[in-house]
Design a protein around this ligand. Structure first.
Ligand code: NAP
Length: 340
């Protein structure tokens, strides 16, 4: 038995915003699994802003996960077992793994996690609110910020995957006033009307510090910061004494490695207001996955938590979907679905 997989390679290192020509679709013939291996058909793919960092020569700040040119790429994915040479898995089983950006994958059974199945929870949720995206939001709120009921919160890139999960989780955790920033009037409307935010603004409408001051005139207790640059400066400016920032991402700088946005001019306010600014890396908090599922699954079942996703159909559109996340074309988690 052989299968011809469609596989995406990166073929050029972009300067600035990447383009479809930085990628190519190629083919790879996969054979039947050897003992201990499984052959998967991938059905659902996560595409994420951090992948833009992997496209650069330097890769992530710790240099650990650079994408090699002309090689298969990595990304969180759900696959269905087609053939198994390992007793732990059988054809039809659904698994989570990292051999994304390809229609099929041949890999050791030890590199996959069997997908927990919860009645009433859609498959897509395992890559959105129950996946790394939801885990990031959950850890930022509960472990880094230790958000207390009644506390006011600012969330940047609030209409993205992490942002929509953060806003909804914070509401369920009893937050006070929740304010979000996003890149369009449509997203702002949706944050307020559907996603539990008390106020939101389009960051194109003026200096972010002014817009945040207008939306949270009494300041906030805590912030989940996904953007960097002017958004981080605004968060520092808006925090009350002893406030906390969970710094999750800096999406404003991923396409401008050589000229990132300036550091916050008010950084010394961290001292002046006794603030805590703490970075979050989701991979340091894998142990919180069961806590996230215990928290989120009942809320999904009750309808109190609605996973926010933009699902692009067709593996052939995976590059377009990835580029779309960098342009803000998604609301909620950007996913790509292959087949049924
Ligand atoms: N530390 C960790 O372990 C970890 C884990 C997951 C994610 N992250 C980071 O968290 C952030 C959000 O990730 P995500 O998964 O939620 O991504 P996402 O769903 O793709 O949302 C990101 C959003 O950022 C906005 N954006 C893009 N460029 C921007 C810019 N220059 N200024 C302001 N907003 C911009 C876009 O929406 P608009 O229309 O609003 O512009 C986009 O939809 C990213 O920085 C990501 O790298 C970190």
């Amino acid at each position: 038995m052989t299968i011809t997989a469609q596989v995406v390679h990166q073929i050029a290192r972009p300067s600035g915003f990447p383009s479809a020509s930085d990628f190519t679709f190629t083919q790879e013939v996969l054979t039947a699994p050897a003992p201990g291996q499984i052959l998967l058909e991938n059905v659902l793919f996560s595409v994420d802003p951090y992948m833009r960092e992997l496209m650069d020569v330097a890769g992530l700040p710790d240099g650990s996960a650079l994408w090699n040119l002309n090689s298969p790429l990595e990304g969180r994915t759900i696959g269905r077992v087609l053939s198994s040479a390992d007793p732990s898995l059988a054809p039809g089983d659904l698994v989570l793994h990292r051999k994304g950006w390809r229609t099929h994958a041949l890999l050791p059974a030890s590199e996959v996690r069997i997908l927990p199945r919860y009645d009433g929870v859609p498959l897509t949720a395992h890559l959105s609110v129950l996946g790394g995206t939801g885990l990031t939001a959950y850890v930022a709120l509960t472990r880094i910020l230790r958000l207390q009921p009644g506390e006011d919160l600012f969330v940047s890139a609030a209409a993205g995957g992490v942002g929509t999960a953060t806003g909804q989780f914070a509401r369920l955790l009893g937050a006070g006033r929740i304010v979000g920033s996003a890149g369009s009037a449509t997203k702002v409307k949706r944050l307020v009307e559907e996603l539990g935010f008390d106020a939101a603004f389009d960051y194109h409408d003026g200096p972010v510090s002014d817009l945040l001051a207008g939306a949270a005139p009494d300041g906030v207790d805590a912030a989940v910061e996904n953007v960097g640059g002017d958004h981080l400066e605004a968060a520092i400016g808006s925090l009350r004494d002893f406030g906390r920032i969970a710094w999750v991402g800096a999406v404003a700088q991923y396409n401008s490695l050589t000229s990132p946005p300036p550091a916050p001019r008010n950084l010394f306010d961290v001292v002046g207001k006794s603030l805590r600014l703490e970075g979050v890396l989701v991979r340091d908090h894998r142990d919180a996955q069961p806590l996230l599922e215990d928290f989120a699954v009942p809320h999904i079942r009750s309808g109190a938590l609605v996973p926010q996703e933009t699902v692009v159909e067709g593996f052939e559109n995976i590059v377009t979907a990835f580029l779309g996340t960098l342009r803000g074309e998604n609301t909620g988690k950007m996913l790509v679905r292959a087949g049924e």
